[in-house]
Write a protein that binds this ligand. Sequence first.
Ligand code: ADP
Ligand code: GLC
Length: 494
Amino acid sequence: MKILFAASEAYPLVKTGGLGDVIYSLPRALQQQGAEVRVILPAYRLVLEQMDSLRIAGWMQVQGAGRLHDARILEAGSRHLGVPLLLVDVPSLFDRPGNPYLHPEGYNWHDNAERFTVFSRAVARLASDTRLLEWRPEVVHCHDWQAGLVPAFLSLEEQAPASLFTIHNLSYAGIFSHQEFEQLALPRSWWSPDALEFFGNFSMLKGGIVFSQHITTVSPTYAEEIQTPAFGYGFDGVLRAMRHKLSGILNGIDLETWNPATDPFLPSHYSARHRYLAGKRENKAALLQQLGVEVSDQVLEEPLLGFIGRLVEQKGIDLLIEALPALFTHPDVRLVLLGSGESRFETALRELAALYPGRLLLNLGYSEELSHRIEAASDLFLMPSRFEPCGLNQLYSLRYGTPPVVHAVGGLVDTVVDATPENLEAGRATGFHFHEPTSTALLGALEHALRLYRNPPVWHQLIRTAMAQDFGWARSARRYLELYRQLGAGTVDD
Ligand code: ADP
Ligand code: GLC
């Protein structure tokens, strides 16, 4: 079975969020189950800088905004992702510093419409025409708006493979103007509510929704939620119309990268069977020390809360900010926070960190290493997201024995079992839910969690149950394979 993954991020080469984690870990899991997977990305400068050797597979001319581009297709082998990597190299569009979508000053690149149209055109051509790669995928699995036009362009090709479109986050829809639509020479018939047109603009994400043979989202609950106005971001109507080809498959996690028994970022290793209390305590001591807190036996008894994520409204960071003064009326609670994002949230957090020194341990920025250390060191992990297509941090938290406190939406409700009396009694509970996106509701769940934290037998059971959950990719990868098969893959040569 031959599958081509088209996306804009892949850990460890380029990652701004969970999409990067998935494009690293899902292809490997599929490969372990016998599929032949390749990944294709834009050749961002950051990615090219990490390549030691590259083979030029060929050249193609691709229509951009009022001009043609010479695109070089590069083959990078399997060293980086564990599966073969292909790159669409158009230096005038992708050879730029830093973040894949943003100018160093923080605004969107002015030509993002052209950048991802050219990428998608190149992918569709490559997937349909065997002359360049001598390898033809049976399914092109496209991810998020940056690859949303791939299914649309495939619909114009004669020998096109089937396409599957995965929505990782509906709130990023790749929306651009009519003028850009015209400059990009997209087929006129696509300017229609039945195709790309979206409230007077056009949306690349909608291309994926309308033209793919099947759509998935990254959790079953999110697949339902996005069909409602509250979560649909204007797409709920078209998604309801497409529900016959829409399903949810829960994300998994990479069990090697996120393993507290071997994690190279951790000062102390532990597992569900071995030293989980001592191991967590040692990691807590090391992290607190690293962050300038004087460590004592008493400090180590006091609850440490963790938060990691993009500082944007989706993640409910405003709810957390609002809840902090009340939370810190508990004289022993500390919160370690790692994130970067909108400056209004960064400013508010800086002010709070000045008000609560030694209590709000603020780390603005991006650090893979610190994120692992926080997962291991914290006693509770906070995910007050307004919506969450899947969420990976709660899964990392469960594996690291750090019960998550989550807003009961999307992938969070699908993966965390609330510590109700019945669930505790049955030994099923793994974390805490709250049901309204308000700071009061968040505080309510935190109060409950802190009460249980002070009850060691119950707390230790919660940690053990959390750590016993299996969120590896095996099960979900099987579901993707089934779907690829339904789309016609694997019938010819395997
Ligand atoms: P999203 O993709 O919406 O940002 P996920 O929970 O799916 O949310 O994935 C976020 C990923 O990005 C996780 O791997 C998380 O650890 C990582 N991450 C987010 N912010 C940071 C940060 N400031 N430093 C390090 N890792 C981060
Ligand atoms: C998105 C979502 C997140 C999900 C990730 C990977 O960025 O916001 O919930 O886990 O994609 O699918």
